[in-house]
Design a protein around this ligand. Structure first.
Ligand code: OGA
Ligand code: MN
Length: 295
């Protein structure tokens, strides 16, 4: 089987063809996929036929799975605990109401972020599969946008690079939700997910390139006054998300998109929420905190 990769954006993002991801991968194919992920940071794989089991089996070949915040025994959910439910459906498969608290929580995904940075050992790869996608409407089509934070780092002025070297940011799930005015944490996170420190500049292990590590979850810079830290984070996110760095993915059913959270950010876009959007994500964990990795 020969896997080929077509570049979809000048800086990153490859479209992979010639591989059925629903079947166990040969060692050589797995290695090729890793090489493509390390280089491209985002891979688009169209026309895949996955169910939840096959999606999880695919992901397990890349690392240990992360359990989502809502994947607790006492939380009622539509999908099994290993899957992040990136849909607008409730436990009974009905479209969520506008004032549904779970919907508010999910709206945090519309802010530029990287998955799981609020965990001490954060996420590595996310793999999002499209079961149903809405028609494009006046508000948008529920696209997902990505940026390459290595390219954003490279483009910083030398003085900024020097000024941010060695800084540590606090990442806090409560902060990304509070930015939208949603302060009610739904899954007991206050006790189990306190703010955690992560390097602001890290080395992306797969490409050995330096990268910013940013997210809507980043709430402060350690040892800096709060307003200064927030301004710096905001300015860096603004810098990283100018249109030159952005790839916008227009979903088709059967797409699996894989991204490396260690060197990218992403956000979901608006859509007509009377329509069903059913995407499901499986995520792998990194092996250590960014503080324990070489900068
Ligand atoms: C995600 C995510 C945004 C979206 O799956 O991690 O943030 O709705 N998705 O496309
Ligand atoms: Mn996300």
């Amino acid at each position: 089987m020969s896997l080929s990769v077509r570049q979809l954006h000048p800086m990153f993002v490859g479209e992979v063809s010639g591989v059925d991801l629903g079947r166990p991968l040969h060692t050589a194919t797995l290695a090729e996929l890793w090489r493509a992920i390390d280089r491209q940071a985002v891979l688009v794989c169209r026309g895949q036929d996955l169910d939840d089991e096959r999606q999880m089996d695919f992901a397990r070949q890349f690392g240990e799975l992360e359990i989502p915040r809502s994947g607790r025994a006492d939380v009622k959910r539509r999908l099994r605990p290993e899957l992040s439910d990136i849909s607008n459906l409730d436990e009974e498969g009905r479209v969520r109401e506008r004032n549904d608290a779970r919907r508010f929580d999910q709206l945090g995904n519309r802010l530029w972020h990287t998955d799981g940075s609020f965990r001490r050992i954060p996420a590595a790869l996310s793999m999002l599969y499209a079961h149903r996608v809405p028609h494009p409407g006046p508000l948008g089509g529920g696209e997902t946008e990505f940026v390459d934070l290595r390219a954003a780092y490279d483009a910083l002025p030398a003085a900024t690079k020097a000024a941010i070297e060695g800084l540590v940011a606090l990442h806090d799930i409560a902060w990304s939700r509070a930015q939208l005015g949603f302060t009610e944490l739904l899954f007991g996170e206050k006790d189990v997910l306190p703010p955690v420190p992560q390097r602001l500049v890290r080395m992306h292990p797969g490409s050995k390139r330096k990268t910013l590590y940013l997210a809507a979850h980043a709430s402060a810079i350690v040892d800096w006054p709060l307003p200064d830290g927030r301004l710096l984070l905001r300015e860096l996110i603004e810098h990283a998300t100018v249109s030159d760095f952005v790839y916008r993915h227009e979903w088709r059913e059967g797409d699996l998109v894989i991204w490396d959270n260690r060197c990218t950010m992403h956000r979901g876009r608006a859509f007509d929420e009377r329509e069903v959007r059913d995407l499901r994500r499986v995520t792998t964990r990194d092996i250590s905190s960014t503080l324990d990795q070489t900068a």
